[in-house]
Ligand binder design. Sequence first.
Ligand SMILES: Cc1cc2nc3c(=O)[nH]c(=O)nc-3n(C[C@H](O)[C@H](O)[C@H](O)COP(=O)(O)OP(=O)(O)OC[C@H]3O[C@@H](n4cnc5c(N)ncnc54)[C@H](O)[C@@H]3O)c2cc1C
Length: 429
Amino acid sequence: MIDAKLSDNTWYEATVDRGGLRPALTGRVEAEACVIGAGLAGLTTALELARRGKSVVLLEGRRVAWGASGRNGGFVSNGFAEGMGNVAKRVGLPAAQALYQLSRHGTEFVRREIAETDPSIRMGDGWQGCIRYSNAAEKRAAVAEMTRDYDQPMEFFDVAETRARVNTKRYFQSSYDPTAFHMHPLRYALMIAKKAEAAGARIYEMSPAVSVERQGALWSVRTATGEVRAPNVVYCVSSLDRTLHQPTGRAVLPVATYVAVTEPLQQDVIRTRSAISDTRRAGNYYRLVDEGRLLWGGAITTRVSEPARLAERMKGDMVSVFPELGNPRIDYAWAGLMGYARHFMPLIGSDGQGQWWATAFGGHGMNTTAMGGILMARAIGAKDDEYRRFAPYAPDWAGGPFGRVGVQAGYWYMQLKDRIDERRYGKAA
Ligand SMILES: Cc1cc2nc3c(=O)[nH]c(=O)nc-3n(C[C@H](O)[C@H](O)[C@H](O)COP(=O)(O)OP(=O)(O)OC[C@H]3O[C@@H](n4cnc5c(N)ncnc54)[C@H](O)[C@@H]3O)c2cc1C
């Protein structure tokens, strides 16, 4: 497991009660499945396996949802990190539609679990995606494509409608997805952990898996102080362990992204409680939370440590979009690590020998981790093979350090292209 030094001083940690630390694994235990990694992929897999009556052990190297799942933007919406246009190009429209439908099941799972147990985890509805240059035809076409090809309810807002909700001259047209919502991701993850335990799953914290070996018909998963023996092992470690299972470890690149939360603000520029993003390819995403704090995410790098002066940098991004905010105090700023495959789609599969994986959910994991967990549990628990829809997106080598350089270069290229688009179309409104 990689030794990433990520701050735990997040607004999410400050607004939950985690309760006591769960025990570390000691001695040998047996189960029908050993799931490794208690982010939302591993937690959903464990919950759904336990609900199917399977005995399951979940090993977490640090604490439940310590990774991206407990420190992300909290936007939940259908789809994947890869755009559907590219998915359809690669697999054809019918297969792309089937994948989109699976991603929708993920969104609906999250919505349902929250509604059933703790509706206060859901913090707002809808997602407005704004463009920073004027191109109504392009935005309308994107909205029409999603409605026509994927049956995705979506609205088009012109410049006046856009700015009535998000009052900045930086934005022109926008789309609005009424089926999206946003939530407190750490509270959600902790709720799923509790539900999994109530259904019979055993969760061990501070128990990084250090090796996985075949022992007859079983897999032996070892930690420093214990061992799990199971016929099935599910890798849900994202980019936080790239050696435990080599084929997926080599295929997943760690990409860091950042969030900052301001003091409670008195402001009249962000007039919606929906989630908002701007379609700078290396975009900003943000929302108002609780008593008017602005939770702002953005920037990606391939550095795994938190850059110095993160809070100042994030404030600079906020103020460049909303100069009216002045000089807001930043109360929290942190980094998180995502896992990306080269094709930007999740890696969901099996070697046919009892090793399974659900990983590489990139920057669009709130619905897709739920989907991945459900697919894993259906495959292991009921021999259902719908997970094979992801077969066109097999793990390929992501290029190691060269892959990282490629991601960073790609980001800089996207930033440059954003600036060119903004200059070319910006004055048209
Ligand atoms: C800042 C940020 C903002 C984001 N915003 C959004 C958003 O708004 N909407 C959205 O849809 N997605 C968003 N994402 C992406 C989303 O958070 C991820 O795709 C998703 O949480 C990935 O879940 P996971 O379970 O695959 O990985 P993680 O949550 O990273 O979990 C992996 C777990 O595995 C554990 N682990 C690793 N190695 C071992 C080992 N050897 N043994 C035991 N345990 C191990 C880790 O400790 C970790 O807890 C964002 C991500 C970040 C970082």
